[in-house]
Structures are given as C-alpha cells and as structure tokens.
Design a protein around this ligand. Structure first.
Ligand code: NDP
Length: 446
C-alpha cells in the first residue's frame, strides 16, 4: 500500500468517523489510483489527495414547511460543493429519508471524477434532503421544494453550481425548484438541468442515464464480440434510470426480466415489452404506485422484500441505490453465469461484490463511467441554455452516444497504461482523477 494514500485515508477516518458511505467511495478511488499517484510525485507535493477529499464547501440548512394538515414539518437540506477545478459544481439533488451528510459527500466525491470523464467542463457537487416524497401530495411536494430553494438559491447559479435530479427528484420537483429560483432571483437562467422542454430543458435528458448505461455496456460487450441481442437482463429499480435502461435494452434486442422498488421485485420471463413498459411509466411517473401492481396486472412472479440478483440472467444493471448488490448477490450472479454487470445507480455494488466480479472475470462497468450519460447530457443542456438554442433529439442522442464511447475508450486506455488491462474501475478512476489533479496543480493551492 502506498504510504501517501494510507496517510490520507487515516486522516479522513479520524476526521469523520461517522461517514461510512463517504469512506467507501474514497477508498475505492484511492486504492485504484495508486499507480497514477506513484507516476506523478508532484501530486503529493501539491497535497492533491488531501484537498480532493475535502469539500470546498458544505452547506446544511433547515427546511421548514406546512403539510396538508397545516402542521409544521422540518427537514434537513444539504449542498456539498466538492470540487470546482474543472468547472462549476454540478450534481443532482436527492430527496430520500436515508439522506445524510455521509451519503451526500459520497455522491459529491464520485461526481468529481464522473464529470471529469465526460470531457465537459463541470466540477463536482451533490445535494438533497431527508424529505420523503413518497405518499406526499403534489401540494406538499411543492411547498417543501419551495422552502428548500428559498435557502439553496443563494448558494447556486449558472456559473457557480448547477444542480439536477437524482432519487426522488424528477421532472415535477425540478419544475417547482426552478419556479421558486426564478421568482426569488428574477432571472430566467440555466441554473438547474433536467428542466421541462417548455422552459429550457434538453431533449434526451430524461433518457440519458439509462440510455448512456446501455451504450456503455454495449461497448464493453463488443470487446468480447458480444451484444445485447438475445440476452436476458436483470434491472433493479423502476425509476428514471431503470425505465430508460429498459427501453434501450429492448431497442438493442435484449430482454429485461426484472424491475424492482424498495418493496420487492417482479420477474417477467417474457420480458418488459413496449406495452408493459408504458404501464410502468404511467405507474411510476403519474400514479406513483408500487411495482407489485405490475405483477398483479400481468400475472407474473412478485418477490416481496427481495432483490432481483437471485434470478439467472446474462447481464445485470443495478439501477436503484447504493450497496444493493452484496457479496452473496454477486456470487449468485456468478453461479448463474452472468456475463456483465453495469452500474446504473451510484455505488450499487459493495466492495466485496466488486471483488467477486473481478476475480471471476465478469465484465464490470463501474458507476462513474457507466452512468455518466446523465450528467453529460446535463452538460449539453447547459450548453444549449448558454447558446439559447435547442438541439434535436437525434443531435443530443448522437452526442451522448459519442461521449459514452469516448468514456469507454478512456477507461480502457488508462487501465492498460497503468497496468490493469480490462479493469474498468481502475481505468475510469485514473482517467477521471488525472484531469482534475492536473487542473488543481495548475491553479495553485486553493
Ligand atoms: P428514482 O427516484 O427515479 O428511482 C429510484 C428507484 O430506486 C425507485 O424504483 C426506488 O424505489 C428504488 N430505490 C430507491 N432507494 C431504494 C432503496 N433504499 N432500496 C431499494 N430500492 C430503492 O431515481 P433515479 O432512477 O434517478 O436514480 C437511481 C440511481 O441512479 C441512484 O443511485 C442515482 O444516484 C443514480 N443516478 C441517477 C441519475 C439520473 O440522471 N437520474 C444519474 C446518475 C446516477 P422506491 O420508489 O420504492 O423508493
């Protein structure tokens, strides 16, 4: 183990012992970039690791709001502005009861390197709240988001920090957040991405993370002369990423046999075809119901409180949340002969699960690379806002595809150059890190 990396890890553990998700994300990056650190002694001289693991700014705030009964509710809001070396802070907002500083810091840290990989000028940040949109009326969601933005607005801006969606923050929430920002600032500007098409959004942004994930895995499969055609695919989650990953897998001739939510998963051996996909879109985005209704409607298996990894499939695309694939799940996937795992969610595989993939020669697309299509298309939305232009669906989709191909290439090249050919985790971490580290060296100790 490299002594510089070891020292930085120890300091972080001592400083924030109660942030397990953050340490997990940092460990994964630091352990894999050692060859790059050793090849560049100037990074230690410039204190790059000490600085890149410490957010430039952390904002935590109270979010008071009135529920439909007129009762005062209080949630906690966060924005972590992690690193602005290569562009304005950029990263989503997550509304979920599990949100705390450790979760937001892990997401913000990952975002630095992911954004770097896209090749677009975006720094890393992340934010959110422990507010749970589930079971709330539209009116309550609006009141909460307005209160949230009443504080957040003073910390963000189109050249400073540009948030987007994440778990629990979709088109409805972005609309309310944007409306409140505009009202407070009296400015119509590209301060959020994932906006509706009517007010500055980009075509393909809703599809981007799921599509990008499938584009990346397609590239990875191609290195082994494989493709999605005729393959069975397990997807977890049934939100934004899962929905559009499903659509793209279908387009490429694969068959998605599972979807899930936090209550359980469905198994449909005939595949989630277009008609069933439309049902899921309405169920999740309009009626805001549970995935069990899919099983009731189409007469397929439903497994309460379970995850889909116990089913035999060729490809797994975890697209729900962090640490949703553990060692035993990974062993099951291997036992069933899985060919590839592509991470749609952020940090969905535990470190032990990743070990299992790598030891068993499974093609593994880590989140930073595989789900970067979402933020890349957010970057394209920012460009269109600045140009006051809207590109066509085909134009944006082609740019997204080209970006995913390029990320794949960069990861492959860096992995080879630094002695771990075929290891996409090493390749993506090193490629993402180097650009940020060089920019930090160039900008002096700030
Ligand atoms: P959504 O809120 O649209 O959907 C999340 C899905 O995951 C839902 O089906 C949800 O089920 C399920 N889920 C959430 N938390 C848990 C949990 N603790 N246990 C089990 N299931 C859970 O979010 P997205 O699809 O946008 O995000 C999914 C993942 O993709 C996240 O890790 C996110 O960070 C990542 N991501 C998203 C991007 C984007 O552009 N949206 C970009 C890059 C990464 P339920 O409804 O029951 O909570």
């Amino acid at each position: 183990m490299n002594s510089y990396v070891e020292r930085v890890k120890k300091t972080l553990q001592k400083r924030d012992p109660d942030q397990p998700e953050f340490h997990q994300a940092v460990d994964e990056v630091l352990m894999t970039i050692v060859p790059a650190i050793e090849a560049h002694p100037e990074f230690e001289e410039h204190g790059i690791l000490e600085r890149v693991t410490e957010p430039e700014r952390v904002v935590q705030f109270r979010v008071p709001w009135l529920d439909d009964q007129g009762k005062v509710q209080v949630n906690r809001g966060f924005r972590v502005q992690f690193n602005s070396a290569i562009g304005p802070y950029k990263g989503g907002l997550r509304f979920h009861p599990s949100v705390n500083l450790s979760v937001i810091k892990f997401l913000g840290f990952e975002q630095i390197f992911k954004n770097s990989l896209t090749g677009l000028p975006m720094g890393g940040g992340k934010g959110g709240s422990d507010f749970d949109p589930k079971g709330k009326s539209d009116f309550e969601v609006m009141k909460f988001t307005q209160s949230f933005m009443t504080e957040l607005n003073r910390h963000i801006g189109p050249n400073t920090d540009v948030p987007a969606g994440d778990i629990g923050v979709g088109g409805r929430e972005i609309g309310f957040l944007y409306g409140q920002y505009k009202r407070i600032k009296n400015e119509f500007t590209g301060v959020l991405t994932g906006k509706g098409l009517e007010y500055g959004g980009s075509l393909v942004r809703p599809e981007a993370t799921g599509y990008g994930l499938v584009y990346f895995v397609r590239e990875m499969l191609a290195t082994k002369n494989e493709s999605f055609k005729g393959k069975t695919v397990a997807i977890s989650g049934s939100g934004n990423v899962a929905q559009y990953a499903t659509k793209k897998v279908n387009e490429l001739g694969g068959k998605v046999v599972t979807l899930s939510d936090s209550n359980g998963y469905i198994y449909d051996p005939d595949g989630v075809d277009e008609e069933k996909w439309e049902f899921v879109m309405d169920l999740k985005n309009n009626r805001r119901g549970r995935i069990k209704e899919y099983a009731d409607k189409f007469g397929v298996e439903y497994h309460a409180d379970k995850r889909p990894w116990e089913k035999k499939v060729d490809i797994a695309l975890p697209s729900a949340t962090q640490n949703e694939v553990d060692k035993n799940d990974a062993l099951k996937l291997v036992e069933h002969g899985v060919l590839a795992v592509g991470e749609g969610a952020n940090m969905p595989s535990t470190p032990e699960a990743i070990d299992v993939y790598l030891k068993n020669g499974i093609l593994f697309a880590p989140a930073k690379a595989a789900n970067a299509g979402g933020v890349a298309t957010s970057g394209l939305e920012m460009s269109q806002n600045s140009l006051r232009l809207s590109w066509t669906f085909e134009e944006v989709d082609q740019k997204l595809d080209a970006i995913m191909k390029n990320i794949h290439k960069e990861a492959v090249t860096a992995a080879e150059k630094y002695g771990s050919p075929g290891n996409y985790m090493v390749g993506a971490n090193i490629a993402g890190f180097l650009k940020v580290a060089r920019a930090m060296v160039a900008q002096g100790v700030v």
